[in-house]
Design a protein around this ligand. Sequence first.
Ligand code: BG6
Ligand code: MG
Length: 222
Amino acid sequence: MNSVIKGFIFDLDGVLTDTAEYHFRGWKQLADELDIPFTRESNEALRGIPRRESLMLILQGREFPEEQILEMMDRKNRYYLEFIRGITPRDLLPGAREILEEIRVAGLKSALGSASKNAVEVIERLGIADLLDAIADGNSVKLQKPAPDLFLYAAAQLGLDPSTCVVVEDAAAGIQAAQAGGFASIGLGPSERVGMADLVLPSLQGVQLNDLLARLGVSDAG
Ligand code: BG6
Ligand code: MG
C-alpha cells in the first residue's frame, strides 16, 4: 500500500467501547428465555452483524411469525438499552480518545462506521461526539457489513475517497466490508477473527498515529 491517508473510520462496538459485551449479554438473555443454546463462542459470528441478521443466526432456522421476530428484536434491544444507560466517558476503551485527538490534531478526519441504530446515544454518553466529523450508523444505509456500503457512506460524508481512509474494526464482517470498499484496514483482536486486515493489533491501547501509518505503509496528508 502506498497512498496518502486523510481519514479514519472507526467501528464503535468493540473498538471505541466494549458494548460488544452488552450486545452479547442482551442476546444471551433472550436466548436463555427462548431456551435456545447460545454461547460466547457462537456470539463471535454476530460481531458487526445487524440486529435482525443476528437474531436469525441465533434462531438457526427455527421459524417464527414476523410479529414474534419483531418482539424478540425489541426485547433484546430493551435489554441492551438498559446496559448502555450506565455508559460514561470512563467506558471508552484504552487509547480510543487519545487516537481520536491525535487524528484531529494532525488535521485528518474521523468518522463513525457502526451498524448499530443506538450508535449516536452511545457516542454521546462516551463524550466523543465532538471528535467525530461524520456519523454512519444503522440508519444510514440498507446493506450492512460485510457489504461496503456503510463505510462508503462514511467516506462520502467526510468527502474522502476510500483509498485515502483507514477502517478500524473488531469484526470479521467489518474487515470484509472495508476490503470490499477499497479501504485500508486495522483489525483489533485475535488473528483468527481479524487476521485478514492489513494490520492486526490487540487494541488501541498505546497506539500512535505515526506508528499506525508507518506500519500500514502509508503516509498522512499533512
Ligand atoms: C454492531 C454490533 O455494531 O451493531 C452488533 O457489532 C449489533 O453486535 C449491530 O447487532 C446492530 O446494533 P443495534 O444496536 O442496532 O441492535
Ligand atoms: Mg464492532
